[in-house]
Design a protein around this ligand. Structure first.
Ligand code: Z5A
Length: 238
């Protein structure tokens, strides 16, 4: 049986990585095979594109070129990591996915919606998330958390944008969640991580029946570079 595909979305510092990792751990305690991965990245080719994008090297080319690069990375990630995992029955928990392109490059970057939709159609096709958790947090708080995590290191291409940019991201996520309630659930991201994790778990059980999954631990083949199954799971390609 095909595995389930769960994505986490939200602004900077909203706790996506933290919650994706906690969810993967909870699923594994049930004996479910889980791939924890991220975007941009999650496969060797996509991790290389990640470096280009987050270093800001593509910024001078404009938001449309960045959208195309995110899509190229996503195509590789889907082909090498996500689809094979789902096909062998593993669950895929992904830190950011196509909604990030809709929001960062589309709604806020002003790339035409027809371009965003066309890229999504070509890359994602039928491999749509079964569930998207959107972590919602005031932009100021998210940015201060992200800055704390960097411990003085320079902000990346997107972290360095103005507060208004980050506030607009939050609004754009809410618009998507309101338009696709069958896929998206918004969770308030201010409480402590364990409380959010409990809320995420309640949603995953209610929507995807995680607690009812018959666990028959599969003999999983080695995970591709860029995504794997133990602990933090995402391996960046140097
Ligand atoms: N991007 C795009 O433009 N288009 C696309 O299609 C895609 C991406 C896929 C990827 O950055 C960038 O690419 C991203 C959007 C753009 N913009 N930026 N910057 P990334 O992968 O390097 O990072 P990120 O996805 O932006 O992650 P993040 O927002 O920086 O962090 P997070 O995953 O949401 O949060 P976290 O790492 O779990 O937590 C951050 C800190 O807060 C950390 O110290 C935690 O311990 C702490 N934390 C977490 N939860 C809590 C709670 N509940 N309370 C208090 N403190 C907490």
């Amino acid at each position: 049986m095909r595995g389930k595909f769960i994505t986490f979305e939200g602004g900077e510092g909203s706790g996506k990585s933290t919650q994706a990792s906690l969810l993967a751990g909870r699923l594994r305690t049930l004996g479910i095979s889980v791939i924890l991965t991220r975007e941009p990245g999650g496969s060797p080719g996509a991790e290389m594109v990640r470096h280009v994008l987050l270093a800001g090297a593509a910024k001078p080319l404009g938001a449309e070129a960045e959208a195309i690069l995110f899509a190229a990375a996503r195509a590789d990630h889907l082909e090498k990591t996500i689809r094979p995992a789902l096909e062998r029955g593993a669950w895929v928990v992904c830190d950011r996915f196509a909604d990030s392109t809709r929001v960062y490059q589309g709604a806020v970057g002003k790339v035409d919606d027809t371009v965003i939709r066309a890229l999504e159609r070509v890359t994602v096709g039928d491999t749509r998330p079964d569930l998207t958790i959107m972590l919602d947090l005031p932009a100021e708080l998210g940015l201060s958390r992200a800055a704390g995590r960097r411990e003085g290191a320079a902000a990346d291409r997107f972290e360095g944008e103005e507060l208004a940019f980050h506030a607009a991201l939050r609004d754009a996520y809410r618009v998507i969640a309101a338009a696709e309630p069958e896929r998206c659930v918004v969770i308030e991201a201010e409480p402590p991580p364990h409380r959010i994790s409990d809320e995420v778990w309640t949603v995953v059980c209610a929507r995807l029946g995680a607690a009812q999954v018959e666990t028959e631990p599969p003999a999983a083949p080695p995970a591709p570079a860029g995504a794997s199954e133990p602990a933090r799971d995402v391996v960046a390609v140097p």
